[in-house]
Design a protein around this ligand. Structure first.
Ligand code: ASN
Ligand code: ZN
Length: 321
């Protein structure tokens, strides 16, 4: 069954009807049935043992811990974008259960995907607040799972910066989808609301204006370049994966705003097609990725405005496509 034919069966009555048709020997339904997310949120209780204590399972009512509830909702929002926009059943396409741990360690100023689950720190309250606050940060971590199960981009150098950028792209798209924002109305920030009040800055990163997210005594200045002219060669950060991701991030922003409308529709579809298309090498360079987006745009939409806009966006950031 094609992606468009998948259906979300939410209510028990339909499930019962399906069981009954099976009992009387009717052929199984030809459509793949996606049941919805299977979320579990655990609490590390400020330790580092994973996954920690289970505190909320799929279908449970919200509890008293807002961090748990935000993580649960963020996993749901990411699952929903993947399903509704791209017909994908969870990050692996096969209904992978989504597992998150909150309250990881003491004053932990980060969040990550460990290859199997998401992990969120509370921040120290001085520089970072709770990492479950921005939905795009939750979706960013989950998108590392999506990349792992698809293009599997190596987490180093340009491929690593593409891996990071893909997480920012789908992180931002989940936020835009949740708010039903068009590309021109979105803030294109990653981690807005995450910086403590005393930090001079607005977010972790800006896809629209890389390098402008913060400029602070403690954090320093946002090191992201906006074009290849300012590409950073460094041995830090796996070869600058969180730095040079500014370049493909801005290419996506330029494409989405050039096309207009909802960014997860055409721009997001092109990026999703590249990620899942099976033609991208795991050690892809920016130019490899750019070329793949041009080919994906032409394959899905023909050589019209989408194809033109993709070529223009990469040229604006100095990447040959
Ligand atoms: N929050 C970071 C990220 O997801 C953690 C890391 O450096 N991998 O990119
Ligand atoms: Zn990341």
């Amino acid at each position: 069954a094609g992606a468009a034919r998948r259906t979300l069966v939410a209510d028990a009555a339909q499930r019962t009807a399906r069981r009954l048709t099976t009992v009387v020997g009717a052929p199984p339904p030809s459509e793949e049935v996606v049941e919805g997310p299977q979320r579990t949120v655990h609490d590390a209780e400020h330790g580092t043992v994973l996954p920690g204590t289970k505190v909320r399972s799929e279908g449970d009512e919200p509890g008293r811990d807002a961090t748990v509830n935000r993580a649960y909702a963020g996993l749901g929002a990411t699952f929903e974008l993947l399903l509704k926009a791209y017909g994908r059943n969870s990050v692996d396409g096969e209904g992978l259960p989504l597992l998150a741990t909150v309250h990881y360690d003491e004053n932990y100023g980060n969040a990550f995907w460990n290859g199997e689950q998401m992990v969120f720190g509370d921040g120290d309250g001085e520089i970072f607040l709770d990492f479950t606050v921005p939905v795009d940060v939750i979706a960013h971590e989950l998108a590392h799972g999506l990349t792992q199960y698809t293009a599997n981009l190596t987490y180093f150098g340009q491929a690593g910066a593409l891996n990071e950028s893909v997480s920012d792209v789908f992180g931002s798209l989940v936020k835009q989808y949740t708010l039903d924002q068009t590309a021109d109305r979105a803030d294109w920030l990653i981690g807005a609301g995450l910086l403590a009040p005393r930090v001079t800055g607005v977010a972790l990163r800006s896809m629209k204006e890389p390098g402008s997210a913060y400029d602070d005594d403690v954090l320093g200045k946002d090191p992201q370049p906006a074009t290849m002219d300012d590409y950073v060669r460094t041995g830090q950060d796996n070869g600058g994966v969180h730095i040079n991701s500014g370049i493909p991030n801005r290419a996506f922003h330029l494409l989405a705003t050039q096309l207009g409308g909802r960014a997860w529709e055409r721009a997001g579809q092109i990026w999703y097609d590249v990620l899942t298309g099976g033609a991208l090498p795991v050690d892809a360079s920016f130019a490899d990725f750019a070329g793949a987006t041009v080919a994906a745009a032409a394959a899905r939409y023909g050589e019209g405005e989408e194809h033109e806009a993709v070529l223009k966006a990469w040229s604006q950031v100095g990447v040959p496509a």
